[in-house]
Write a protein that binds this ligand. Structure first.
Ligand SMILES: O=C(O)C(=O)Cc1ccccc1
Length: 296
C-alpha cells in the first residue's frame, strides 16, 4: 500500500481528505514537513490543503510547492468544512480559543458573538490546537468534527461556521513521473515568474483566452526576493496532453522567467470542460496537409 504523508496530526481536515485516497496515512506536523516527506521519498504521496472558499489560498502550500525539488498534483478532493469547538471536560470559562488561522478566520463572527472577550490564538493545525487544549495550554479549540475521536475533550459547540457551504480543496502530490490520463474534466496548474515589464500578466492571460481556455484560479505570492516581485499560480481547465493546453503552456514558457508545472489531474467535481478539441485537431490537420502540399 502506498504511503501518504498528510498535514496532521491525527484529526485534521487534511486527514479527512487523505482518507479518500488509498494508502497508509502518515501524519506530519506542518504542510512543509508533509511535502518534505514526499521529496525525501519517505512516502509516495503527500496530501495538503490548497484553497478554501472563504479564506482563499493556503500560503504555506503555495510556497512549499515552489521550494526545492518539483512535486506535482495527481488528484484533488473537496471537503465541506464545518467546525466543532472542543474543550476539556468541566470547562466553565473560555478565555483563549486556538486553531489554524484558516479555521479561526471562518468562525470569527461566531467567536465575537458567543465568546466575546476570548483571545484567538493561531496554532499549526486544528488538531494541534485540540492537543494543546488537552495539555491545558488553551481553553478551547476550533477543530474538524472528527477531532473529538482523537483527543480527551468534549464538544462545547458543533456545526460552527460564519459562512454556510464553506469548502476546502486538497491536493494529492507525488514526485514527477507518469501523468494521470486525461479524463475530459481535468485541471492543470502551473506557477510562473514573469519578467519585470509592462503588460506581462495580461499577455499570459491572453494566451489562455485566445485558445478558449477557462481560468479557474489565479494567485500571486511574493518571490521573497525584491519587493514587488511576484509568482503567479495559474489554474486552468484542461490537461497538458490536450494540444491547446500544451500549446498555451509553451506560450507561457516563452513569456516567463521561470515556469514550474504543478500537475494535470481530474477535477474533483468532474464537471465537463468546454474544450473545442475537435476544432483544434481539425485546424492542426489542415495545417499539416497544407505543409505537405495536399491542401490549399
Ligand atoms: O488544520 C487543519 O485541520 C487543516 O487540515 C487545515 C485546514 C484548516 C481549516 C479548514 C480547512 C483545512
Amino acid at each position: 500500500m502506498p504511503r501518504i504523508a498528510y498535514f496532521g496530526p491525527q484529526g485534521t481536515f487534511t486527514e479527512q481528505a487523505a482518507l479518500r485516497f488509498e494508502g497508509e496515512l502518515v501524519p506530519a506536523d506542518t504542510i512543509q514537513l508533509a511535502i518534505a516527506a514526499l521529496r525525501k521519498g519517505e512516502t509516495e504521496f503527500a496530501c495538503v490543503p490548497i484553497e478554501n472558499s472563504v479564506e482563499g489560498a493556503v500560503p504555506a502550500t503555495l510556497d512549499a510547492l515552489v521550494r526545492d525539488e518539483p512535486v506535482v498534483a495527481v488528484a484533488e478532493t473537496v471537503l465541506d468544512v464545518r467546525f466543532s469547538v472542543l474543550v476539556r471536560p468541566g470547562t466553565t470559562e473560555i478565555k483563549t480559543i486556538a486553531s489554524h488561522p484558516h479555521a479561526l478566520a471562518q468562525v470569527r463572527e461566531w467567536i465575537a458573538a458567543e465568546l466575546p472577550g476570548a483571545t484567538s490564538i493561531a496554532t499549526s493545525s486544528t488538531a494541534a490546537a485540540a492537543a494543546a487544549v488537552e495539555r491545558g495550554e488553551f481553553d478551547a479549540a476550533v477543530t474538524a468534527p472528527v477531532a473529538i475521536n482523537h483527543y480527551a475533550l468534549e464538544e462545547f459547540a458543533v456545526d460552527v461556521l460564519d459562512v454556510a457551504d464553506a469548502r476546502t480543496r486538497f491536493l494529492l502530490l507525488r514526485q514527477p513521473g507518469q501523468l494521470p490520463e486525461p479524463t475530459g474534466a481535468d485541471r492543470t496548474s502551473v506557477v510562473v515568474t514573469t519578467p519585470d515589464r509592462m503588460g506581462v500578466l495580461s499577455e499570459l492571460l491572453t494566451e489562455l483566452a485566445l485558445r478558449g481556455i477557462n481560468l479557474t484560479g489565479l494567485e500571486s505570492r511574493p518571490t521573497k526576493g525584491k519587493l514587488g516581485e511576484y509568482r503567479f499560480y495559474i489554474d486552468v481547465e484542461g490537461h497538458i496532453a490536450e494540444p491547446r493546453i500544451g500549446d498555451a503552456l509553451a506560450a507561457l514558457h516563452r513569456h516567463s522567467r521561470e515556469i514550474r508545472f504543478l500537475g494535470s489531474f481530474p477535477k474533483a467535481d468532474h464537471g465537463p470542460v468546454e474544450a473545442h478539441n475537435d476544432e483544434f485537431a481539425a485546424a492542426a490537420a489542415w495545417v499539416d496537409a497544407v505543409r505537405k502540399g495536399e491542401r490549399g
